[in-house]
Ligand binder design. Structure first.
Ligand SMILES: *Cc1c(COP(=O)(O)O)cnc(C)c1O
Length: 380
């Protein structure tokens, strides 16, 4: 088949959805899809069989939920809404979460009048992440969420607008960190929780990862339900589509061994264009076919290959791998865990073609999207 292409594994997606549904069934909480992570709306019908709806980062994602997941709840959060978008947002969403008391004053009353439930994102100032400062909304100077010191200055009219509180502080974390965060939320904002209808735990919960402690998550949910009579929302992105996607590419050239002993291989996909988180986060994606192992940073391994894209960027490196067999031109290489934050972030830098998207169900592949020169040209 013509590389490069993504494959979304609908069976694997459904297995994840069943785990999330289990948490909902055990506790009565509501789980939403964070569309910014995975917006392949061809699978929204499947997702809406299991989850309660979706959350959006802005008008376009909210519209996508409205169009493609019409039976689900449609939530939206933005650090700052734009007056130009607000009427449409209020006509299609049922929950809106503001980032600051100022935004709440600007739009809260209109949202209530339009029949939406209104929330405020809080910043519990409790960092539980190590290493990923760009993913830590509790880092010093963060613009995300209202700190207690600002919250305490809100007027009773502002407080009366609120149906719920929202926090989002985690990234690929387990439920022990959620528990730590919840302690901070309770300590700081506990006295406001009794007057709320719901609390939203945000995303970053790696619920479908093998070592995730689901009973501890369920205890956290029950604690908020029991102590404060709250409805609990979670809005994971990664956990929905974890390990449910692949990116297939082809080896264009195996170069002569480089001056660091590693052999450069050029493939017809690109870290910069097709999996930008490899560079941005950064991380090294697993190669699932043929058999290969990631070579850890700084380690010298005889016969290792460095896979890179055909773009101008020296740093367009996917990773260094040790393969069990020699790599040849024309070989297909498959990267794993490519459903999350890859398809939503692709770009056409250097005029790179966008990978096609297939959906796999019961081992059958169906072409869902393909792209061409016009997709590149129309964005310029
Ligand atoms: C990114 C984000 C999510 C989803 O996070 P994942 O790490 O993909 O689970 C949910 N809510 C908000 C507000 C976010 O910014």
């Amino acid at each position: 088949m013509n590389t490069p292409y993504f494959v979304i594994d609908a069976d694997r997606l459904e297995a994840n959805l069943k785990v999330l549904r289990g948490v909902m069934d055990h506790t009565g909480c509501k789980i939403l899809l964070a569309q910014k992570c995975f917006s392949c709306y061809g699978l929204y019908p499947l997702i809406s069989k299991y989850l309660c709806g979706a959350t959006a980062s802005g008008l376009f994602e909210a519209r996508l939920c409205h169009d493609e997941m019409p039976t689900g709840e449609n939530h939206i959060f933005s650090p700052a809404f734009d007056e130009r978008d607000i009427d449409e947002i209020l006509s299609i969403c049922d929950h809106i979460v503001f980032n600051s008391p100022r935004q709440l004053s600007l739009y809260g009353k209109r949202a209530k009048e339009a029949g939406l439930e209104v929330g405020l994102r809080i910043n519990p100032e409790c960092s539980t992440q190590v290493g990923h400062a760009i993913y830590d909304p509790c880092a010093p100077g963060s613009r995300l969420g209202t700190r207690l010191s600002e919250f305490q200055q809100m007027t009773s009219q502002q407080l009366d607008l609120l149906d719920g509180l929202h926090f989002h502080t985690l990234c690929e974390q387990n439920s022990d960190d959620l528990k730590t965060t919840l302690d901070a939320v309770e300590e700081k904002f506990g006295k406001y929780l009794n007057r709320m209808k719901w609390i939203n735990f945000g995303g970053g919960h790696h619920i479908t990862r093998e070592d995730y402690d689901i009973p501890c998550l369920e205890q956290c949910i029950r604690r908020m339900q029991r102590e404060y009579g709250l409805e609990v929302y979670l809005e994971p992105g990664e956990a929905v589509a974890l390990n449910a996607g692949e990116l297939h590419c082809k080896v264009l050239e195996v170069q002569a061994q480089g001056n660091d002993g590693v052999t450069n291989v050029i493939v017809d996909t690109s870290a910069a264009c097709h999996m930008p988180d490899v560079i941005e986060m950064p991380y090294t994606p697993p190669v699932i076919t043929p058999q290969a192992y990631i070579v850890p940073d700084g380690k010298q391994i005889e016969g290792a290959y460095r896979l890179g894209g055909p773009t101008c960027l020296s740093g367009d490196i996917i990773g260094i791998y040790q393969f069990t067999e020699a790599v040849h031109e024309g070989d297909e290489v498959v990267f794993g865990d490519m459903a999350i934050y890859s398809m939503v972030k692709t770009n056409t830098f250097n005029g790179m073609p966008l990978p096609k998207i297939y959906i796999r169900r019961d081992k059958n592949l169906t072409l869902w999207k393909q792209f061409c020169y016009e997709d590149f040209k129309s964005r310029i």
